[in-house]
Design a protein around this ligand. Structure first.
Ligand code: F3S
Length: 282
């Protein structure tokens, strides 16, 4: 029996880089804080906690820190957070994903040039909040057809549209077109990251030829749920597990190929464990 692990399974480039960065800093820093959990994965956050890394959640908490380093996670933060860290005499370890950083730069520059910033994304998402904080004037977040249709601003005002990195491309196009049809002067920058799309496309390809498919990720992780849905459509024997303990795999005798993929916040060691287990036991 063959086991095929998706190349895109697990952490994307930006998250991997951020998590590795925190581990790397442990030896050289007495005290490290992360502004928000570095990743939505309890095992990783718990392990870091054991090693003395503290998660802080608010600007007030930053203001209360006397010494140490604050890590900015891959989602990025508003510009004012950098100022706050600096004003407090703390070290800033910036693990913002370079793709997100690029959006910050575009937003800062275009808003300075007088364009009104529109972010296609989900209001309240930390990445979107971060992007908003780089605009000189208040930015507008649009996430639904209804919001796009109701959007209105001064006709003479040029716009700049960017996107949350994980937003669906087709939906982005649809919303942009609605705004463009209103006749505004629009500069559109497609800032969608293809890590999610690649992971989904690969999961679809593998599950289409696999006899059984294992999807690893947190129960509450929406991107893992999505992977599961894609795989379950193509492979009847698709299993959604959080860790190896959940795996009660019953393979048909004729199974020749087992596929494995994992959501964006699944650490490598869990993926490895599952992969080894399947290789050894079936
Ligand atoms: Fe990940 Fe960066 Fe893309 S955090 S999803 S590689 S924008």
């Amino acid at each position: 029996m063959e086991v095929l692990l998706a190349k895109s399974a697990g952490f994307c480039f930006g998250v991997k880089r951020a998590v590795e960065n925190v581990y790397k800093q442990l030896d050289t820093h007495k005290k490290i804080y992360t502004y928000g959990p570095i990743i939505h994965n309890e095992q990783v956050v718990g392990d870091l906690e054991k090693r003395g890394v503290t998660v802080i959640e608010s600007e007030k908490e930053i203001a209360g820190i006397k010494e140490g380093a604050v890590v900015i996670r891959s989602h990025g933060v508003p510009k004012r957070i950098y100022r706050l860290i600096e004003e407090n005499g703390l070290e800033c370890i910036d693990a913002t994903c370079p793709f997100v950083k690029r959006i910050h730069k575009t937003v800062e520059q275009e808003s300075r040039n007088g364009r009104q910033i529109i972010i296609i994304g989900n209001a309240g998402h930390p990445e979107v909040e971060g992007i908003m904080g780089w605009s000189e004037k208040p930015a507008t977040v649009i996430g639904t057809v209804n919001e796009a249709e109701n959007f209105e601003t001064d006709r003479g005002k040029p716009l700049c549209i960017v996107s949350q990195t994980t937003f669906n491309y087709n939906k982005f196009q649809e919303l942009v077109e609605i705004i463009q049809k209103k006749g505004y002067n629009v500069y559109v920058v497609n800032t969608i990251c293809n890590a999610t799309e690649e992971r989904q496309a690969e999961a679809g390809e593998i599950s289409a030829k696999a006899d059984a498919m294992i999807v690893i990720g947190g129960r509450n992780s929406s991107n893992t749920q999505k992977l599961y849905e894609i795989c379950a459509k193509k492979c009847e024997a698709t299993y959604f597990i959080q860790t190896l303990e959940d795996l009660h795999l019953e393979l048909p005798k004729t199974a020749a190929l087992v596929g494995i993929t994992a959501g964006a916040s699944t650490p490598n060691n869990i993926i490895e464990e599952v992969q080894n287990h399947v290789r050894v036991n079936f």
